[in-house]
Design a protein around this ligand. Structure first.
Ligand code: SF4
Length: 696
């Protein structure tokens, strides 16, 4: 309660993976006052521009308030019965792999848990994947190869204790602003040295002492060169290396790699290596520039190799650190929201793990092999193999690579259900059944941020119209498909307790993700849950992993993975001479369904654009603010406003990804991105396509 007499509620920002705590107070007129939570460990009261503008985005404009069938208003009973009947009939006619769920890092953990349980434990297919595939799948794959499980070793405090922060493929200043503010505060206090490795000069370079404008795909040879220098400079930790397999093969591969593929000046590379070598407290932060690549998992492992070889992991102020894009990308990974994961970091392809989860869920059928990953899933939709599809809180008709083809695939699917808070998205317009969902500020559950801290999102506004939380929608369909007892949930607290109990099984199998202490949490405890870093067991709470040299492969050791340079899949040439990079801008989020509601946020960069180097602009005859046509080899095109900037390297162009068919029909950027994926992680290569550019 504050001075106004209105209660204040602790919740979590719904945007990026920093996971900032917010204090929410209804203003009595259907709106909210939003402040940073000074007691939340992620942000200590700070908020970025997006978090500060949350109050401007909670109105009922464009809200979907009732279910719809075929565009017509319908009752929940008829909509849910139709969904259950169509899924059941499709499975009966074509088998469990003829249906799929495509979900989102915007889901709360409780929603994710029910969706995963329904698909993997009861429908009996692993065809559930998430837009986190577009975001973090390469990190998951890299972690699992190196550590034996998908563990983020460090904590946010490590960023403040580091002497050197290396940002690889991360514009932290714009994409994880509060984390960047924490680093800047540490820099002021203790002189943290910042290095940015990114083809573009971004806002994050403003405080960096070194910017390495690496060529797309050059991260692997760069970190291989670092490994060689660490070896030759006597900087390896031989004691720690006794806990690591694969060193000799990895070093041989590093020697064989070609540092010229980085495109970097040799002196700059050596200065970077010297800095890394001379400072023990190094944190390497990596994000989408690493992940969104056809060699994404290899890039992750090239980074992890250097930290493992030097024992710079699991100790204060050092370690590899992936930053996640979405508020609950980590929760989705933990709960098994990816098509190749089970739940609680258990392995889908391990029969003992499967058996234990099946027994826990009392499930009638479980898949034995991974399901379709996002790009393959929509390909299967387009080819008619997936005949019933449920899309929850995401907009793949805009955000998937080859977005026009994905849009057409969804439009041609026999039966598509979309759960969302609005009908004003490219994907919602394609739904046979539209289900109105509860939004941030109304939803009740938990999320996990980038440093494993689980926080509550709490409701402070009434759920409008007939909208319902996602877990209720999923559980109701599960019941109508005949699995009453398994989906007989009444509160998110019940789901959370079941999830926590399941994690105890993972703990018994020696997995890292264990929050089993919370299996006994009562409703009051769940309501009052404070932000807490996992694991949460009787023996252990929070902290760092791997300080003891214990990893999660069967022999307890880590693995270094031999990797060498692989060029991006698409090659530039006379017809498509530009390397095409895509990404976020500071004040928008995903496909703008929420952030576009704030005039303040939309004022930052008001229209879609293409950044290109002055030399390229001169060659093309392009002046500042000219319109340019950008064409892809897939035959797609976008019209964008040219911005001429030496922040780009010659031959590289960049466009933000946010605008949609709703907001700028000529600027559907992901329509230009080819559906090329990393063979290990299945993550699309969204940052290294090729395009042609011409002045209009
Ligand atoms: Fe929200 Fe991320 Fe900004 Fe924090 S840094 S306020 S979580 S968008």
């Amino acid at each position: 309660m504050d001075g106004s007499g209105m209660p204040t509620t602790c919740s979590t920002c719904p945007y990026c993976g920093v996971g900032c705590g917010v204090l929410l107070r209804p203003d009595g007129h259907g709106g909210l006052d939003v402040k940073g939570d000074p007691d939340h460990p992620a942000n200590g009261g700070r908020l970025c521009s997006k978090g500060s503008a949350l109050a401007e985005t909670v109105g009922l404009d464009n809200r979907l308030l009732t279910p719809r069938i075929g565009g017509q208003q319908a009752s929940w009973d008829s909509a849910l019965t139709l969904v259950a009947d169509r899924f059941r009939q499709t499975i009966a006619d074509h088998g469990p792999d003829s249906v799929a769920f495509y979900v989102s890092g915007q889901l709360l953990t409780e929603d994710y848990y029910v969706a995963n349980k329904l698909m993997k434990g009861f429908i009996g297919s692993a065809n559930i994947d998430t837009n986190s595939r577009l975001c973090m799948a390469s990190t998951v794959a890299g972690h699992r190869r190196a550590f034996g499980t998908d563990t983020v070793p460090g904590t946010y405090e490590d960023l403040e204790e580091a002497d050197v922060i290396v940002l690889v493929g991360s514009n932290l200043a714009w994409c994880h602003p509060v984390l960047y503010q924490r680093i800047l505060a540490a820099q002021k206090a203790r002189g943290t040295r910042i290095v940015v490795i990114d083809p573009r000069r971004t806002a994050s370079c403003d405080t960096a002492e070194m910017h390495l404008p690496v060529k797309a795909g050059g991260d692997v040879p760069l970190f291989n060169r670092l490994l060689v220098r660490l070896y030759e400079g006597g900087a390896l930790d031989k004691e720690f290396l006794a806990r690591v397999n694969g060193f000799d093969d990895t070093l041989r591969a590093a020697y064989a790699d070609d540092v010229a593929a980085t495109g970097l000046d040799a002196d700059l590379v050596e200065r970077f290596c010297d800095l890394w070598m001379r400072n023990e407290k190094v944190v390497t932060i990596f994000s989408q520039g690493v992940n969104q690549s056809s060699a994404g998992a290899d890039k992750v492992n090239a980074i992890l190799n250097c930290h493992l070889a030097t024992g710079r992991i699991g100790r204060p102020g050092m370690g590899p650190f992936s930053v996640t894009g979405q508020p609950n990308a980590m929760g989705g990974r933990e709960v098994g929201g990816l098509a190749n994961m089970l739940a609680c970091h258990l392995d889908l392809e391990n029969s003992e793990h499967r058996g234990a989860v099946r027994q826990f869920w009392q499930s009638p059928a479980m898949p034995e092999a991974p399901g379709l990953k996002a790009v393959d899933m929509f390909r299967a939709v387009g080819e008619g193999q997936i005949k019933a599809l449920w899309i929850i809180h995401t907009n793949p008709a805009v955000s998937m690579p080859d977005a026009d083809r994905v849009r057409d695939a969804i439009a041609g699917c026999d039966f598509t259900v979309v759960s969302d808070i609005t009908d004003q998205t490219d994907t919602a317009r394609l739904a046979d059944v539209l289900l109105p969902a509860a939004a941030w500020g109304e939803k009740d559950g938990t999320v996990t941020n980038s440093d494993r801290t689980i926080s509550r999102q709490r409701p402070v506004l009434p759920i409008p119209g007939e909208a319902r939380p996602d877990w209720q929608q999923l559980a109701e369909v599960g019941r109508r498909m005949g699995w009453h007892a398994a989906f007989d949930y009444e509160t998110p607290a019940e789901i959370f307790r079941e999830y926590a109990a399941l994690s105890g099984i993972a703990g018994r199998f020696g997995k890292d993700f264990d929050i089993s202490l919370w299996a006994a949490l009562d409703d009051r405890g769940y309501a009052a849950l404070r932000p807490t870093r996992w694991p949460v067991t009787v023996a252990r709470q929070g902290g760092r992993f791997f300080a003891d040299g214990q990893f999660y492969h069967p022999d307890g050791k880590a693995r270094m993975i031999p990797v060498t340079y692989r060029a991006p899949a698409a090659k530039t040439g006379p017809r498509y001479p530009f390397r095409f990079n895509t990404g976020r801008i500071r004040d928008q989020w995903h496909t703008m369904t929420r952030t576009a509601l704030s005039p303040r946020l939309s004022a930052h960069l008001a229209e879609p654009y293409l950044d290109l180097h002055p030399n390229d602009a001169a060659d093309l005859g392009v002046q500042p603010a000219d319109l340019v046509r950008v064409r892809s080899p897939g035959g797609k095109q976008s019209i964008l406003r040219a911005r001429i900037t030496a922040d780009m390297q010659p031959g590289d162009v960049f466009a933000p990804m946010h605008w949609t068919g709703e907001t700028a029909p000529s600027a559907r950027i992901d329509a230009l991105v080819a559906p090329v994926t990393d063979p290990v992680s299945g993550q699309p290569e969204s940052k290294a396509g090729v395009v042609a550019v011409e002045r209009l």
